[in-house]
Design a binder for this molecule. Structure first.
Ligand code: PDD
Length: 285
C-alpha cells in the first residue's frame, strides 16, 4: 500500500533505492517539503510548492518539474495511497556524483523522491475537547539559514529529541538575545490580552506555510488583532495562550511550558476562535 515516487516512477517503498553517493545522504544537500492532505484534499499546495522552488533556487539545484507536473505527481501519490489524511513528503537532493567532494558537481541529475505518510485526522475546533501540547524551552543552536527548508535537519532533530526525551511534544527555541525564534519542527504564536503575536519572518525561522495561512485568514477576518514582531521569552512565559503550527499539526494549543501552566492551563478561547476560522478556510489555500 505504501507507494512512493522516485526519479520518474511510482513503486513500492521496498523497491526505492538510491546511491550512497547521493549528496542528500552524504551532505544533507537537498530541499524537502511536507504538504498536508485531509480526506484526500491538500492544504496550501501552491504556497508549499513556491517555498520549495525558492529553496531549490537558494541552493542552486535545477529541477525542471513545473508546478503542474508536481501537482499531478502529488495527486497520483494521494490516489495510490488510498486518499484520506496524508502528509505528502517531497524531497529533491542535488543527486549522486561519482565521488564525495564538497563543491556542487556539474551535470548531475537531482534525485526526486516523494512519499505519503498517514497523519492524524484534523481535530475539532473545540477548546473543551482539544488536547494541549507540553513544551520545553532551550537556546536555538541551529544554523543561520533557517528560512531554507533543508534536508540537513540534525540541529532540529537534536532539539526535538531533547524535548522528546524529557516527555515533551515540542521544544521552543530562543536566540542569543532571549527572543523566541520558532520550535524544532513548528512555528510559534502567543496570545496576550486577546492579541495574537508571532515572530517576524527572517533567517531565524522557517517561512511556515501554516503560519502564513493563519496570518492571512486572521487578517481577512479582522475580528482577532494580530502583531508580527519580535517576541521576548518573558512574553512567552507570561502569555495567556501559546500555539505551535505546522503542516501536520495545523494549529495546536500548548498548555504546559517548562513544567508550568500556560495561562490558566486550559486550551484558550482565542485558539478556538482562530482554529474555527482555519478549519473553515484552509482548503481555500
Ligand atoms: N516541519 N519550523 C520548522 C523548523 C519546521 O520544521 C516546520 C515544519 C515549520 C512549520 O512549517 P509548515 O507550516 O510549512 O509545515 C516551522 C515539517 C512539517 C517537518 O519537518 O516535518
Amino acid at each position: 500500500m505504501n507507494t512512493v515516487y522516485l526519479n520518474g516512477a511510482f513503486m513500492p517503498i521496498e523497491d526505492a533505492k538510491i546511491s550512497p553517493l547521493d549528496r542528500g545522504f552524504l551532505f544533507g544537500d537537498g530541499i524537502y517539503e511536507v504538504i498536508p492532505a485531509y480526506e484526500g484534499k491538500t492544504v496550501g499546495l501552491a504556497p508549499h510548492m513556491q517555498r520549495m522552488f525558492n529553496g531549490l533556487s537558494a541552493i542552486g539545484i535545477e529541477c525542471n518539474k513545473s508546478l503542474e507536473e508536481w501537482t499531478d505527481l502529488i495527486n497520483q501519490l494521494i490516489e495510490k495511497n488510498g486518499g484520506g489524511n496524508l502528509g505528502i513528503y517531497l524531497q529533491v537532493s542535488r543527486g549522486a556524483d561519482v565521488k564525495r567532494y564538497h563543491a556542487y558537481p556539474e551535470g548531475v541529475e537531482p534525485t526526486i523522491f516523494a512519499m505519503a505518510n498517514p497523519i492524524k485526522p484534523a481535530v475539532e475546533a473545540n477548546a473543551s475537547t482539544a488536547k494541549g501540547f507540553s513544551v520545553a524551552t532551550t537556546q536555538d543552536m541551529r544554523w543561520k539559514r533557517c528560512q531554507i527548508k533543508s534536508t540537513a535537519l540534525l540541529g532540529n532533530v537534536m532539539h526535538f529529541q531533547e524535548g522528546y526525551a524529557s516527555g515533551n511534544d515540542e521544544m521552543l527555541l530562543y536566540n542569543e538575545d532571549n527572543f523566541l525564534t520558532e520550535a524544532s519542527s513548528s512555528n510559534v504564536f502567543i496570545v496576550k490580552d486577546g492579541v495574537v503575536i508571532t515572530p517576524v519572518q527572517d533567517n531565524q525561522i522557517l517561512s511556515g506555510i501554516t503560519r502564513k495561512i493563519i496570518l492571512d485568514i486572521l487578517e481577512k477576518d479582522g475580528s482577532i488583532p494580530v502583531e508580527v514582531r519580535n517576541v521576548s521569552m518573558e512574553e512567552v512565559f507570561n502569555a495567556d495562550e501559546i500555539w505551535v503550527t505546522s503542516a501536520s499539526k495545523e494549529l495546536t494549543p500548548v498548555t504546559t511550558i517548562d513544567g508550568k501552566s500556560v495561562g490558566n492551563g486550559e486550551v484558550g478561547a482565542v485558539w478556538e476562535a482562530a482554529f474555527k476560522l482555519y478549519t473553515q478556510f484552509k482548503h481555500n489555500y
